[in-house]
Design a protein around this ligand. Structure first.
Ligand code: NAD
Ligand code: DAU
Length: 352
């Protein structure tokens, strides 16, 4: 495998930290530069174990800053980009859409432009791997799965900003023949996820004895994938994906929110040595998310048949690992929320 200098954006976040660790572990011939602004969701604790690797460098910086990105590409001989940096939480995009527009759209274009200028005389460069979401395809009813041919139909400011960034990436491919690949993945879960997302929120609320807010009737459906399986898919698409193409990535693992919350309640009762049924009493149905997409589910046929990827961690194993990780990493949680979980949760969520 060739030596390469790879820019990974958003590497201090949830998925990015697993991607950085996997690439450092599997590809010692690569120099990895992790560019991250360290917003509330970025945390260098996620990478403590690998921060001294000789072929790793962290740079704090903002992808929306055009001049900074241009300079960064002048200073480093990037051969390839894996772009994960984004504002990622749907509820935050509803209460304040603007950072989603700047980071997810303008930030992506800044990176595309800088890479285009650097790579135009260097045909061996790339890929520019853009990490995106299944939410760009909109919402499913009772039947069907999202394929790579599904029409774009984003409905939240978050998904609309990601859809826009996907269109930009394709525009750079068609207009300038940029060597791009795009992956659109379903809901990830696992260690290092900020406790605003459903699974870590439920685990931490049970631990803190706080209500478990289930939006609407809890009947919305998500397709869950263990984060290390997503990192493995990114590795495969980055190395073997066909330029200009899109790969959907999903867990074949659809759950209604209420069933997932109940499943977590059972696991937590067992782990905490509480009588069965204790945690479920915390479930509380709250006002629905505005424009709440009913169901997401991915058809994995393309990535499995063309690249040979399939999920390797069962939901049972993945949830056990995730719960164990949050129970063992109290300090990580107080670090990311800047203090006591109970009071953080009350101020952030109970007034929804
Ligand atoms: P995250 O919110 O945990 O991490 C995002 C990272 O980006 C953080 O480290 C943050 O500091 C950084 N960042 C944000 N704005 C930045 C800026 N302006 N400049 C530089 N860095 C900035 O997100 P995640 O869940 O790890 O998602 C990573 C990517 O994967 C996103 O593009 C997201 O859309 C996509 N994705 C996420 C999921 C999921 O279930 N979490 C599923 C499919 C796709
Ligand atoms: O599908 C991929 C997407 O999955 C990613 O692109 C996003 O970055 C990621 O945040 C995730 O989006 P969701 O909105 O699906 O994830 P979230 O964990 O916020 O919510 C999952 C489901 O649970 C959703 O139907 C809303 C519901 N929910 C969420 C929270 C936080 C609740 O019922 N209660 C809650 O407190």
């Amino acid at each position: 495998m060739m030596k390469k200098t790879i820019l990974i954006t958003g590497g201090a976040g949830f998925i990015g930290s697993h991607v950085v660790r996997r690439f450092l572990k599997n590809y010692q011939q690569y120099d990895i530069v992790n560019l991250d602004m360290l917003t509330y969701a970025g945390n260098l604790e996620n990478l403590r174990d690998i921060e001294d690797s000789p072929n790793y460098k962290f740079i704090r910086g903002d992808i929306t800053d055009t001049l900074f990105i241009e300079k960064l590409f002048d200073q480093h001989p990037f051969d390839a980009v894996i772009h994960l940096a984004a504002e990622s939480h749907v509820d935050r995009s509803i209460s304040g859409p603007m950072p989603f527009i700047t980071t997810n759209i303008t930030g992506t274009v800044n990176l595309l432009e800088a890479a285009r200028k650097r790579w135009q005389d260097n045909p061996g460069s790339g890929p520019f791997h853009h990490i995106s979401t299944d939410e760009v395809y909109g919402s499913l009813g009772e039947e069907g799965l999202f394929t790579e041919e599904s029409a774009y139909d984003p409905r939240s400011p978050y998904s609309a900003s990601k859809a826009s960034s996907d269109h930009m990436v394709r525009a750079w491919f068609h207009t300038w023949n940029m060597p791009v690949v795009i992956s659109n993945c379903s809901n990830n879960y696992g260690p290092n996820q900020f406790p605003e997302k459903l699974i870590p929120l439920v685990i931490n609320n049970i631990k803190a004895g706080q209500p478990l807010p289930v939006y609407g009737k809890g009947e919305n459906i998500r397709d869950w994938l263990y984060v290390e399986d997503h990192a493995a898919a990114i590795d495969m698409i980055f190395h073997s994906g066909k330029k200009g193409e899109t790969y959907n990535v999903g867990g074949n693992n659809q759950w209604r929110n209420i069933d997932l919350v109940r499943q977590l309640c059972g696991i937590m009762d067992r782990k905490l040595g509480r009588p069965a049924g204790t945690s479920e009493k915390l479930v509380c149905f709250v006002k629905d998310r505005a424009g709440h997409d009913q169901r997401y589910a991915i058809d994995n046929t393309k990535i499995s048949s063309r690249l040979g990827w399939k999920p390797s961690v069962s939901f049972e194993q993945g949830l056990e690992r995730t719960v164990d990780w949050y129970l063992a990493n109290e300090k990580w949680i107080s670090g990311v929320i800047g203090g006591n979980y109970k009071s953080y949760y009350k101020s952030q969520y109970l007034d929804r």
